[in-house]
Design a protein around this ligand. Structure first.
Ligand code: ZN
Length: 87
């Protein structure tokens, strides 16, 4: 599990914009990311612990990868929906 910082997520989003992987919502906080070129599938999970944000991806990367960068956009939309639903 890796902590999301403003710096590392910005880099990951940049990479995601260049590679444009496909993101599918599995459930809230869980996303399936597909690399359109290789067809490889990865699962990204988001966590919130004591106000800090964390993410996990099942690819080989040991830092915030572009799969996480690609899913965060979907995650923000989902989080807003949840917030609206519970409000
Ligand atoms: Zn990854």
């Amino acid at each position: 599990m890796l902590e999301i910082t403003k710096e590392n997520i910005e880099k990951a989003i940049e990479k995601a914009r260049a590679t444009k992987p496909k993101v599918k919502v599995i459930e809230f906080r869980r996303y399936a990311v597909t690399n359109k070129t290789t067809g490889a599938n990865y699962e990204v999970k988001f966590y919130k612990i004591s106000g800090k944000k964390f993410a996990e991806c099942d690819c080989k990367a040991t830092k915030i990868c572009y799969h996480i960068g690609a899913s965060i956009g979907a995650h923000i939309i989902e989080a807003e929906k949840m917030h609206t639903a519970t409000a």
